[in-house]
Design a protein around this ligand. Structure first.
Ligand SMILES: Nc1nc2c(ncn2[C@@H]2O[C@H](COP(=O)(O)OP(=O)(O)O)[C@@H](O)[C@H]2O)c(=O)[nH]1
Ligand SMILES: [Mg+2]
Length: 451
Protein backbone atom coordinates (compact mmCIF):
# COMPACT_ATOMS: atom_id res chain seq x y z
CA UNK A 1 0.00 0.00 0.00
CA UNK A 2 1.50 3.29 -1.04
CA UNK A 3 2.00 5.95 1.55
CA UNK A 4 0.39 9.27 0.80
CA UNK A 5 -1.72 7.65 -1.86
CA UNK A 6 -4.31 10.36 -1.39
CA UNK A 7 -1.76 13.10 -2.02
CA UNK A 8 -0.45 11.29 -5.12
CA UNK A 9 -3.87 10.68 -6.63
CA UNK A 10 -4.82 14.23 -5.88
CA UNK A 11 -1.69 15.51 -7.62
CA UNK A 12 -2.52 13.38 -10.70
CA UNK A 13 -6.03 14.77 -10.70
CA UNK A 14 -4.68 18.35 -10.47
CA UNK A 15 -2.36 17.72 -13.41
CA UNK A 16 -5.28 16.40 -15.44
CA UNK A 17 -7.27 19.52 -14.61
CA UNK A 18 -4.34 21.74 -15.62
CA UNK A 19 -4.10 19.91 -18.96
CA UNK A 20 -7.79 20.48 -19.49
CA UNK A 21 -7.35 24.20 -18.86
CA UNK A 22 -4.49 24.36 -21.39
CA UNK A 23 -6.53 22.55 -24.07
CA UNK A 24 -9.45 24.92 -23.55
CA UNK A 25 -7.04 27.90 -23.85
CA UNK A 26 -5.78 26.43 -27.16
CA UNK A 27 -9.36 26.13 -28.35
CA UNK A 28 -10.00 29.77 -27.43
CA UNK A 29 -6.86 30.85 -29.37
CA UNK A 30 -8.03 28.91 -32.40
CA UNK A 31 -11.47 30.56 -32.20
CA UNK A 32 -9.77 33.96 -32.09
CA UNK A 33 -7.55 33.14 -35.09
CA UNK A 34 -10.52 31.96 -37.12
CA UNK A 35 -12.62 34.97 -36.07
CA UNK A 36 -15.15 32.60 -34.56
CA UNK A 37 -15.06 34.07 -31.07
CA UNK A 38 -17.48 36.67 -29.80
CA UNK A 39 -18.12 38.30 -26.41
CA UNK A 40 -20.69 35.73 -25.36
CA UNK A 41 -18.60 32.69 -26.33
CA UNK A 42 -15.54 34.22 -24.72
CA UNK A 43 -17.42 34.80 -21.48
CA UNK A 44 -18.58 31.19 -21.42
CA UNK A 45 -15.04 29.96 -21.97
CA UNK A 46 -13.74 32.27 -19.26
CA UNK A 47 -16.35 31.00 -16.81
CA UNK A 48 -15.43 27.42 -17.67
CA UNK A 49 -11.72 28.16 -17.13
CA UNK A 50 -12.42 29.97 -13.85
CA UNK A 51 -14.49 27.04 -12.64
CA UNK A 52 -11.70 24.62 -13.49
CA UNK A 53 -9.00 26.77 -11.93
CA UNK A 54 -10.98 27.36 -8.76
CA UNK A 55 -12.25 23.82 -8.65
CA UNK A 56 -12.48 22.61 -5.07
CA UNK A 57 -12.59 19.18 -3.55
CA UNK A 58 -14.58 19.36 -0.34
CA UNK A 59 -14.07 16.77 2.36
CA UNK A 60 -16.18 17.07 5.50
CA UNK A 61 -15.63 15.39 8.85
CA UNK A 62 -18.81 14.85 10.82
CA UNK A 63 -19.31 13.23 14.21
CA UNK A 64 -20.39 13.75 17.75
CA UNK A 65 -17.81 15.83 19.62
CA UNK A 66 -14.70 14.07 20.90
CA UNK A 67 -14.88 11.17 18.43
CA UNK A 68 -11.53 12.26 17.04
CA UNK A 69 -12.41 14.26 13.91
CA UNK A 70 -9.71 16.85 14.41
CA UNK A 71 -7.17 14.16 15.28
CA UNK A 72 -8.06 12.25 12.11
CA UNK A 73 -7.66 15.39 9.99
CA UNK A 74 -4.26 15.90 11.60
CA UNK A 75 -3.31 12.28 10.93
CA UNK A 76 -4.44 12.20 7.30
CA UNK A 77 -3.43 15.63 6.11
CA UNK A 78 -1.14 17.45 8.48
CA UNK A 79 1.18 14.84 9.97
CA UNK A 80 3.95 16.34 7.83
CA UNK A 81 4.14 19.32 10.19
CA UNK A 82 5.41 16.93 12.85
CA UNK A 83 2.92 18.20 15.38
CA UNK A 84 -0.78 18.24 16.24
CA UNK A 85 -1.91 21.18 14.15
CA UNK A 86 -5.63 21.25 14.84
CA UNK A 87 -6.38 21.36 18.55
CA UNK A 88 -7.58 17.97 19.71
CA UNK A 89 -8.10 17.12 23.34
CA UNK A 90 -10.68 15.61 25.66
CA UNK A 91 -13.93 17.58 25.75
CA UNK A 92 -15.07 20.07 23.14
CA UNK A 93 -12.19 21.62 21.28
CA UNK A 94 -13.62 22.42 17.86
CA UNK A 95 -16.28 24.94 18.73
CA UNK A 96 -17.49 26.00 15.32
CA UNK A 97 -17.45 24.59 11.79
CA UNK A 98 -13.94 25.23 10.53
CA UNK A 99 -12.92 25.27 6.91
CA UNK A 100 -9.30 24.66 5.98
CA UNK A 101 -8.44 25.97 2.57
CA UNK A 102 -5.82 27.84 0.62
CA UNK A 103 -6.68 31.19 -0.85
CA UNK A 104 -4.42 34.09 -1.63
CA UNK A 105 -1.96 35.37 0.94
CA UNK A 106 -1.60 36.17 3.78
CA UNK A 107 -1.97 32.97 5.77
CA UNK A 108 -4.70 33.77 8.20
CA UNK A 109 -7.68 32.63 10.18
CA UNK A 110 -10.94 34.41 9.58
CA UNK A 111 -13.60 34.02 12.21
CA UNK A 112 -17.23 35.05 12.01
CA UNK A 113 -18.54 36.32 15.39
CA UNK A 114 -21.29 34.29 17.01
CA UNK A 115 -23.42 37.48 17.21
CA UNK A 116 -24.03 37.21 13.46
CA UNK A 117 -26.45 34.43 14.29
CA UNK A 118 -28.93 37.17 15.15
CA UNK A 119 -29.13 38.14 11.49
CA UNK A 120 -30.79 36.07 8.79
CA UNK A 121 -27.70 35.99 6.60
CA UNK A 122 -26.04 32.62 6.09
CA UNK A 123 -22.33 32.01 6.52
CA UNK A 124 -21.93 31.79 2.73
CA UNK A 125 -23.46 35.21 2.40
CA UNK A 126 -21.09 36.55 5.05
CA UNK A 127 -18.17 35.21 3.03
CA UNK A 128 -18.75 38.09 0.66
CA UNK A 129 -18.16 40.63 3.44
CA UNK A 130 -14.63 40.13 4.85
CA UNK A 131 -15.07 43.12 7.18
CA UNK A 132 -17.58 41.14 9.22
CA UNK A 133 -14.89 38.58 10.09
CA UNK A 134 -12.08 38.85 12.60
CA UNK A 135 -8.81 38.04 10.87
CA UNK A 136 -5.75 36.70 12.66
CA UNK A 137 -2.58 36.47 10.60
CA UNK A 138 -0.04 33.79 11.48
CA UNK A 139 3.42 32.77 10.42
CA UNK A 140 3.30 29.55 8.45
CA UNK A 141 6.98 28.85 9.11
CA UNK A 142 6.43 28.76 12.84
CA UNK A 143 4.51 25.77 14.18
CA UNK A 144 4.08 27.59 17.45
CA UNK A 145 2.46 30.57 15.74
CA UNK A 146 0.17 28.26 13.75
CA UNK A 147 -0.93 26.15 16.72
CA UNK A 148 -1.57 29.32 18.75
CA UNK A 149 -3.67 30.84 15.98
CA UNK A 150 -5.61 27.60 15.48
CA UNK A 151 -6.45 27.53 19.19
CA UNK A 152 -8.22 30.86 18.83
CA UNK A 153 -10.95 29.05 16.91
CA UNK A 154 -11.82 27.05 20.03
CA UNK A 155 -12.45 30.08 22.24
CA UNK A 156 -15.71 30.39 24.15
CA UNK A 157 -17.31 33.06 26.31
CA UNK A 158 -20.00 33.04 29.01
CA UNK A 159 -23.31 34.69 28.09
CA UNK A 160 -26.74 34.82 29.72
CA UNK A 161 -29.16 32.02 28.88
CA UNK A 162 -31.42 34.57 27.19
CA UNK A 163 -28.61 35.59 24.87
CA UNK A 164 -27.66 31.98 24.20
CA UNK A 165 -31.29 31.25 23.41
CA UNK A 166 -31.35 34.10 20.90
CA UNK A 167 -28.33 32.59 19.17
CA UNK A 168 -30.17 29.27 19.03
CA UNK A 169 -27.58 27.71 21.32
CA UNK A 170 -29.69 27.08 24.40
CA UNK A 171 -32.96 25.26 24.72
CA UNK A 172 -34.73 25.91 28.08
CA UNK A 173 -36.53 22.57 27.73
CA UNK A 174 -33.37 20.56 27.26
CA UNK A 175 -32.03 18.78 30.33
CA UNK A 176 -28.63 18.45 28.62
CA UNK A 177 -28.39 22.19 28.06
CA UNK A 178 -29.31 22.84 31.69
CA UNK A 179 -26.39 20.63 32.74
CA UNK A 180 -23.99 22.90 30.82
CA UNK A 181 -24.90 25.99 32.84
CA UNK A 182 -22.12 27.65 34.81
CA UNK A 183 -22.49 28.20 38.56
CA UNK A 184 -23.45 31.84 38.02
CA UNK A 185 -26.27 30.85 35.66
CA UNK A 186 -24.44 31.85 32.50
CA UNK A 187 -23.59 29.45 29.71
CA UNK A 188 -20.43 29.18 27.63
CA UNK A 189 -20.99 29.67 23.93
CA UNK A 190 -18.44 29.61 21.10
CA UNK A 191 -17.03 33.06 20.28
CA UNK A 192 -17.22 32.22 16.61
CA UNK A 193 -19.91 30.98 14.35
CA UNK A 194 -17.66 29.82 11.55
CA UNK A 195 -13.92 29.86 10.86
CA UNK A 196 -11.83 29.74 7.73
CA UNK A 197 -8.19 28.81 8.05
CA UNK A 198 -6.23 29.87 5.01
CA UNK A 199 -2.79 28.36 4.72
CA UNK A 200 -0.56 27.00 1.98
CA UNK A 201 -0.58 23.25 2.51
CA UNK A 202 0.23 21.46 -0.79
CA UNK A 203 -3.12 19.65 -0.93
CA UNK A 204 -5.07 22.76 -0.03
CA UNK A 205 -3.15 24.68 -2.70
CA UNK A 206 -4.42 22.18 -5.26
CA UNK A 207 -8.01 22.86 -4.25
CA UNK A 208 -8.72 20.58 -1.31
CA UNK A 209 -11.08 22.11 1.26
CA UNK A 210 -11.48 20.35 4.60
CA UNK A 211 -14.46 21.00 6.79
CA UNK A 212 -14.11 20.14 10.46
CA UNK A 213 -17.34 20.25 12.42
CA UNK A 214 -17.74 20.58 16.17
CA UNK A 215 -20.40 18.02 17.03
CA UNK A 216 -23.76 16.78 15.91
CA UNK A 217 -25.51 19.67 17.66
CA UNK A 218 -23.82 22.06 15.21
CA UNK A 219 -25.51 20.19 12.39
CA UNK A 220 -28.83 21.28 13.82
CA UNK A 221 -27.86 24.83 14.76
CA UNK A 222 -26.20 25.81 11.46
CA UNK A 223 -28.75 24.76 8.85
CA UNK A 224 -26.40 25.67 6.05
CA UNK A 225 -24.33 22.64 6.93
CA UNK A 226 -27.14 20.26 6.18
CA UNK A 227 -28.69 22.16 3.32
CA UNK A 228 -25.58 23.10 1.48
CA UNK A 229 -22.22 22.00 2.77
CA UNK A 230 -22.72 18.33 3.52
CA UNK A 231 -24.79 17.52 0.42
CA UNK A 232 -22.23 19.30 -1.75
CA UNK A 233 -19.17 17.81 -0.09
CA UNK A 234 -17.36 15.38 -2.35
CA UNK A 235 -16.62 13.17 0.63
CA UNK A 236 -18.09 12.99 4.10
CA UNK A 237 -16.32 10.99 6.77
CA UNK A 238 -18.66 10.07 9.58
CA UNK A 239 -16.68 9.13 12.65
CA UNK A 240 -17.69 6.76 15.42
CA UNK A 241 -15.55 5.79 18.35
CA UNK A 242 -14.75 2.21 19.23
CA UNK A 243 -14.97 2.98 22.93
CA UNK A 244 -18.56 4.21 22.65
CA UNK A 245 -21.56 2.52 21.16
CA UNK A 246 -23.42 4.16 18.30
CA UNK A 247 -25.87 6.66 19.80
CA UNK A 248 -29.36 7.41 18.59
CA UNK A 249 -28.41 10.90 17.43
CA UNK A 250 -25.55 9.42 15.43
CA UNK A 251 -27.92 7.01 13.70
CA UNK A 252 -30.34 9.88 12.97
CA UNK A 253 -27.68 12.20 11.53
CA UNK A 254 -26.13 9.42 9.45
CA UNK A 255 -29.45 8.39 7.97
CA UNK A 256 -30.89 11.85 7.55
CA UNK A 257 -27.96 13.90 6.34
CA UNK A 258 -25.23 11.62 5.16
CA UNK A 259 -26.27 8.26 3.80
CA UNK A 260 -29.93 9.04 3.03
CA UNK A 261 -31.24 8.00 -0.38
CA UNK A 262 -30.49 11.31 -2.03
CA UNK A 263 -26.87 11.17 -1.00
CA UNK A 264 -26.40 7.46 -1.55
CA UNK A 265 -23.34 8.15 -3.52
CA UNK A 266 -19.65 7.53 -3.44
CA UNK A 267 -17.56 9.33 -0.90
CA UNK A 268 -19.70 8.70 2.19
CA UNK A 269 -17.44 6.80 4.56
CA UNK A 270 -18.05 5.58 8.08
CA UNK A 271 -14.97 5.39 10.26
CA UNK A 272 -14.56 3.66 13.60
CA UNK A 273 -11.87 5.59 15.40
CA UNK A 274 -9.95 4.88 18.59
CA UNK A 275 -9.42 1.18 17.88
CA UNK A 276 -6.26 1.47 19.97
CA UNK A 277 -8.61 1.41 22.95
CA UNK A 278 -9.09 -2.28 22.19
CA UNK A 279 -5.40 -3.04 22.08
CA UNK A 280 -4.58 -4.91 25.22
CA UNK A 281 -1.27 -6.57 25.97
CA UNK A 282 -3.03 -9.21 28.02
CA UNK A 283 -5.12 -10.26 25.03
CA UNK A 284 -3.79 -11.95 21.93
CA UNK A 285 -4.22 -10.49 18.45
CA UNK A 286 -7.07 -12.89 17.62
CA UNK A 287 -9.12 -11.86 20.61
CA UNK A 288 -8.61 -8.17 19.84
CA UNK A 289 -9.62 -8.73 16.24
CA UNK A 290 -12.72 -10.64 17.32
CA UNK A 291 -13.77 -7.82 19.60
CA UNK A 292 -13.26 -5.28 16.80
CA UNK A 293 -15.23 -7.38 14.30
CA UNK A 294 -18.09 -7.63 16.77
CA UNK A 295 -18.12 -3.86 17.31
CA UNK A 296 -18.03 -3.15 13.59
CA UNK A 297 -20.85 -5.64 12.99
CA UNK A 298 -23.10 -3.98 15.58
CA UNK A 299 -22.37 -0.48 14.27
CA UNK A 300 -22.90 -1.58 10.66
CA UNK A 301 -26.31 -3.02 11.56
CA UNK A 302 -27.31 0.16 13.33
CA UNK A 303 -26.22 2.37 10.43
CA UNK A 304 -27.59 0.05 7.74
CA UNK A 305 -24.17 -0.65 6.21
CA UNK A 306 -22.09 -3.66 5.21
CA UNK A 307 -19.26 -4.36 7.64
CA UNK A 308 -16.64 -3.58 4.98
CA UNK A 309 -18.06 -0.08 4.69
CA UNK A 310 -16.84 0.83 8.15
CA UNK A 311 -13.13 1.62 8.38
CA UNK A 312 -11.51 0.92 11.72
CA UNK A 313 -8.63 3.30 12.53
CA UNK A 314 -6.67 4.87 15.32
CA UNK A 315 -6.20 8.49 14.35
CA UNK A 316 -4.06 9.18 17.38
CA UNK A 317 -1.63 6.31 16.74
CA UNK A 318 -1.66 7.06 13.01
CA UNK A 319 -0.58 10.64 13.68
CA UNK A 320 2.03 9.50 16.17
CA UNK A 321 3.35 6.86 13.76
CA UNK A 322 3.63 9.34 10.90
CA UNK A 323 5.38 11.91 13.09
CA UNK A 324 7.82 9.28 14.42
CA UNK A 325 8.07 7.47 11.07
CA UNK A 326 7.04 4.22 12.76
CA UNK A 327 5.79 1.97 9.93
CA UNK A 328 4.67 -0.87 12.20
CA UNK A 329 2.49 1.41 14.28
CA UNK A 330 1.22 3.12 11.11
CA UNK A 331 0.10 -0.22 9.68
CA UNK A 332 -1.54 -1.09 13.00
CA UNK A 333 -3.39 2.25 13.06
CA UNK A 334 -4.95 1.33 9.67
CA UNK A 335 -5.02 5.01 8.68
CA UNK A 336 -3.46 4.22 5.30
CA UNK A 337 -6.33 1.84 4.47
CA UNK A 338 -8.76 4.66 5.11
CA UNK A 339 -6.69 7.05 2.97
CA UNK A 340 -6.71 4.50 0.17
CA UNK A 341 -10.49 4.10 0.32
CA UNK A 342 -10.94 7.85 0.51
CA UNK A 343 -8.81 8.56 -2.54
CA UNK A 344 -10.35 5.69 -4.52
CA UNK A 345 -13.85 6.91 -3.87
CA UNK A 346 -13.24 10.58 -3.87
CA UNK A 347 -11.00 11.42 -6.78
CA UNK A 348 -12.45 9.27 -9.59
CA UNK A 349 -15.99 10.41 -8.82
CA UNK A 350 -14.91 14.04 -8.62
CA UNK A 351 -13.03 13.69 -11.90
CA UNK A 352 -16.14 12.19 -13.47
CA UNK A 353 -18.27 15.18 -12.43
CA UNK A 354 -15.72 17.73 -13.68
CA UNK A 355 -15.23 15.81 -16.94
CA UNK A 356 -18.95 15.55 -17.63
CA UNK A 357 -19.60 19.22 -16.88
CA UNK A 358 -16.67 20.39 -19.00
CA UNK A 359 -17.60 18.08 -21.85
CA UNK A 360 -21.20 19.32 -21.91
CA UNK A 361 -20.09 22.94 -22.06
CA UNK A 362 -17.41 22.33 -24.70
CA UNK A 363 -19.79 20.23 -26.83
CA UNK A 364 -22.16 23.16 -26.83
CA UNK A 365 -19.44 25.64 -27.80
CA UNK A 366 -18.18 23.40 -30.58
CA UNK A 367 -21.70 23.01 -31.97
CA UNK A 368 -21.92 26.79 -31.91
CA UNK A 369 -18.62 27.18 -33.82
CA UNK A 370 -19.74 24.55 -36.32
CA UNK A 371 -22.97 26.41 -37.05
CA UNK A 372 -20.96 29.58 -37.84
CA UNK A 373 -18.46 27.66 -39.97
CA UNK A 374 -21.26 25.93 -41.91
CA UNK A 375 -22.96 29.28 -42.57
CA UNK A 376 -19.65 30.75 -43.67
CA UNK A 377 -18.97 27.84 -45.98
CA UNK A 378 -22.42 28.07 -47.56
CA UNK A 379 -21.95 31.84 -48.07
CA UNK A 380 -18.57 31.36 -49.74
CA UNK A 381 -19.92 28.64 -51.99
CA UNK A 382 -22.81 30.85 -53.08
CA UNK A 383 -20.41 33.71 -53.87
CA UNK A 384 -18.17 31.42 -55.82
CA UNK A 385 -21.05 30.24 -57.96
CA UNK A 386 -22.13 33.84 -58.51
CA UNK A 387 -18.63 34.98 -59.46
CA UNK A 388 -18.15 32.07 -61.84
CA UNK A 389 -21.45 33.02 -63.46
CA UNK A 390 -20.24 36.61 -63.86
CA UNK A 391 -16.89 35.65 -65.39
CA UNK A 392 -18.01 35.34 -69.05
CA UNK A 393 -20.37 38.31 -68.79
CA UNK A 394 -17.65 40.50 -67.49
CA UNK A 395 -15.35 39.77 -70.43
CA UNK A 396 -18.22 40.62 -72.80
CA UNK A 397 -18.79 43.92 -71.03
CA UNK A 398 -15.11 44.92 -71.26
CA UNK A 399 -14.92 43.86 -74.93
CA UNK A 400 -17.97 45.93 -75.66
CA UNK A 401 -16.49 48.92 -73.84
CA UNK A 402 -13.22 48.59 -75.74
CA UNK A 403 -14.99 48.50 -79.09
CA UNK A 404 -16.95 51.49 -78.04
CA UNK A 405 -13.78 53.39 -77.03
CA UNK A 406 -12.18 52.37 -80.33
CA UNK A 407 -15.09 53.75 -82.34
CA UNK A 408 -15.16 56.89 -80.22
CA UNK A 409 -11.42 57.38 -80.85
CA UNK A 410 -11.80 57.05 -84.60
CA UNK A 411 -14.69 59.48 -84.58
CA UNK A 412 -12.70 61.82 -82.42
CA UNK A 413 -9.63 61.64 -84.71
CA UNK A 414 -11.73 62.26 -87.70
CA UNK A 415 -13.54 65.16 -86.14
CA UNK A 416 -10.54 67.01 -84.78
CA UNK A 417 -6.92 67.35 -85.46
CA UNK A 418 -5.49 65.45 -82.60
CA UNK A 419 -2.33 66.37 -80.85
CA UNK A 420 0.37 63.74 -80.63
CA UNK A 421 -0.04 63.63 -76.90
CA UNK A 422 -3.78 62.86 -77.00
CA UNK A 423 -3.17 59.99 -79.42
CA UNK A 424 -0.47 58.59 -77.17
CA UNK A 425 -2.76 58.87 -74.12
CA UNK A 426 -5.65 57.10 -75.79
CA UNK A 427 -3.51 54.20 -76.96
CA UNK A 428 -2.23 53.76 -73.38
CA UNK A 429 -5.79 53.80 -72.11
CA UNK A 430 -6.78 51.06 -74.53
CA UNK A 431 -3.76 48.96 -73.53
CA UNK A 432 -4.61 49.46 -69.90
CA UNK A 433 -8.22 48.43 -70.40
CA UNK A 434 -7.12 45.31 -72.20
CA UNK A 435 -4.82 44.41 -69.35
CA UNK A 436 -7.47 45.11 -66.75
CA UNK A 437 -10.04 42.98 -68.56
CA UNK A 438 -7.66 40.05 -68.66
CA UNK A 439 -6.45 40.26 -65.06
CA UNK A 440 -9.86 41.02 -63.61
CA UNK A 441 -11.47 37.97 -65.10
CA UNK A 442 -8.64 35.79 -63.65
CA UNK A 443 -8.75 37.46 -60.23
CA UNK A 444 -12.40 36.79 -59.78
CA UNK A 445 -11.88 33.07 -60.13
CA UNK A 446 -8.97 32.85 -57.65
CA UNK A 447 -9.94 35.34 -54.97
CA UNK A 448 -13.59 35.43 -54.17
CA UNK A 449 -14.45 38.39 -51.98
CA UNK A 450 -14.78 37.83 -48.16
CA UNK A 451 -18.32 37.53 -46.83
N1 LIG B 1 -7.14 6.64 22.25
C1 LIG B 1 -7.44 7.45 21.26
N2 LIG B 1 -7.83 8.67 21.49
C2 LIG B 1 -8.12 9.47 20.45
C3 LIG B 1 -8.03 9.04 19.12
N3 LIG B 1 -8.40 10.05 18.31
C4 LIG B 1 -8.68 11.09 19.10
N4 LIG B 1 -8.51 10.75 20.39
C5 LIG B 1 -8.69 11.60 21.54
O1 LIG B 1 -10.05 11.96 21.64
C6 LIG B 1 -10.18 13.28 22.12
C7 LIG B 1 -11.02 14.08 21.17
O2 LIG B 1 -10.38 14.19 19.93
P1 LIG B 1 -10.73 15.35 18.92
O3 LIG B 1 -9.91 15.11 17.71
O4 LIG B 1 -10.61 16.66 19.59
O5 LIG B 1 -12.25 15.02 18.68
P2 LIG B 1 -13.33 15.88 17.88
O6 LIG B 1 -14.08 16.64 18.90
O7 LIG B 1 -14.18 14.86 17.21
O8 LIG B 1 -12.60 16.74 16.94
C8 LIG B 1 -8.75 13.82 22.24
O9 LIG B 1 -8.33 13.71 23.58
C9 LIG B 1 -7.94 12.90 21.39
O10 LIG B 1 -6.63 12.77 21.84
C10 LIG B 1 -7.60 7.70 18.90
O11 LIG B 1 -7.49 7.22 17.78
N5 LIG B 1 -7.33 6.95 20.00
MG1 LIG C 1 -12.50 18.71 16.84
Amino acid sequence: MAENNLAKQFAVYSEWRKGLVETICDYRNWLNEQELNDAQVDQRIQQLLDRLREDKLNVAFVAEFSRGKSELINAIFFAGYGTRLLPSSAGRTTMCPTELLCKTKPTSIMMLPIETRLSDATTSEYKRYPDEWKTVIFDVDSNESMVKAFKEVSSTKPVSVQEAEKYGLYDPNSADDALNLNKDGTIDVPCWRYAMINFPHPLLEQGLVILDTPGLNAIGTEPELTINMLPNAHAVLFILAADQGVTKSEIDVWRQYISGTRWKQKGRLAVMNKIDGLWDELKDEKEIQKELTRQIKTSAELLGLETNQIFPVSAQKGLLAKVNKDDTLLAKSRVLELEEALSNQLIPSKQEIVRDNTQNEIDDLITNSKVILDARFTGINEQLVELRGLRGKNEDVVEHMMNKVKVDKENFEKATALSGFAQYFLSILIAYLRCWAWSHSRCMCIQPARP
